[in-house]
Design a protein around this ligand. Structure first.
Ligand SMILES: [Zn+2]
Ligand SMILES: [Zn+2]
Length: 343
């Protein structure tokens, strides 16, 4: 291990730079990881566009890497492949002890790697020991890099309580929407429609086999077509866009007593036709992140071949190309789904 390493920093809103910085040193506590790949996610793009961290923050939390020094984790050894839970729950508050560590209100102030503490778009990463998860040999490095976003879909589909043969609509063909669709299929959905404004991303959802049919969200009669296709509406809608129009489409396209699963985060207030939820007795549930059990289930399904994740990797770029990779990922009209950064 060299004394210095390359790390990506958010310099100002919308601008990344690669800097030479001190390599994190083993301190007998943290797990020092040599990063292999990190995925760019919506959280990273939000931090980047807002210029978070006053020039000092290295983003990145969806990573796979190799243990360089196991710190206090005596169950790990040099060379193990690992990732970290992308959150930092206290494990003590009422939310944590109720089993919802993914929602711990204390996580942010404790320091979330890649969000309020340095993350993985770097050669090395100093991981909080309690958050580190070891990967089995049964999945590849690239598959491992996709486990975190795939686990988000696992949790969303579980909370949506999909029944065998259900008609499912996914609004938004970004990576979370794609994984909601993939997990809905694993959980028994009979028909999966995708609604998307970006033609390339929409077509990709059908070509990769996660959705059965694409509906153009720009079509003024998209709701009419969705209702007609399902003869009265969907059993379940995964809303993965967070956009006002997308959520209203979801409310309209559901059948009476249907399930709306909110998996997209809205940036600011939205105006919704909520009377539809009442007159149809809709069930509304939201899902955020994942629990360790979702991550383990995701690893199992990747390993046994029922969840294919590599097909969502659009490109792999080096740390020096991080700015370009972020710009491409943020493009509304772009053709990228998930870009990985190779450290
Ligand atoms: Zn993420
Ligand atoms: Zn907590």
């Amino acid at each position: 291990m060299k004394d210095t390493m390359k790390a990506v920093k958010i310099i100002k809103p919308g601008r990344l730079e690669v800097v030479e910085t001190d390599t994190p040193e083993p301190n007998g506590e943290n797990v020092i990881v040599k990063v292999l790949y990190s995925g760019i996610c919506g959280t990273d793009l939000g931090l980047w566009s807002s210029g978070a961290g006053d020039g000092a923050l290295t983003p990145g939390h969806e990573y796979v890497g190799i243990v360089e020094d196991p710190g206090v984790r005596d169950d790990l050894k040099k060379g193990d492949r690992v990732t970290s839970i992308p959150w930092n729950p206290c494990n003590e508050c009422n939310t944590c002890t109720s089993g919802y560590t993914n929602l711990c209100p204390n996580a942010m102030t404790r320091g979330v790697p890649g969000v309020t503490a340095n993350g993985s778009f770097a050669d090395y990463f100093s991981a909080i020991p309690g958050l580190v998860i070891k990967f089995p040999d049964s999945i590849s490095d690239l598959q491992a890099a996709l486990v975190e976003p795939a686990a988000v879909g696992c949790r969303a589909a579980k909370l949506a309580k999909i029944n065998s043969g259900d008609k499912v609509l996914v609004v938004g063909a970004g990576i979370i929407g794609l994984f909601c669709a993939a997990w809905a299929r694993i959980n028994g959905a009979g028909y999966i429609a995708m609604s998307e404004v970006n033609d390339f991303r929409g077509a990709n959802a059908v070509e990769t086999g996660v959705a059965d049919e694409l509906f153009d969200a720009k079509d003024p009669d998209v709701v009419g077509k969705l209702i007609e296709t399902t003869k009265g509406g969907f059993d379940c809608v995964f809303e993965a866009s967070g956009i006002e129009a997308g959520i209203n489409t979801s409310l309209m396209a559901l059948k009476p007593t249907g399930m709306l699963l909110l998996a997209g985060v809205s940036h600011g207030p939205v105006s919704l036709e909520m009377s539809l939820a009442v007159v149809k007795e809709l069930e509304i549930k939201s899902s955020l992140g994942s629990l360790p059990e979702d991550i383990n289930m995701t690893i199992d399904k990747i390993a046994d071949g029922s969840l294919q994740v590599e097909k969502f990797i659009s490109d792999i770029l080096g740390l020096n190309d991080a700015q370009k990779a972020f710009e491409r990922s943020a493009s509304v009209t772009g053709t990228d789904v998930k870009i990985l950064i190779k450290s």
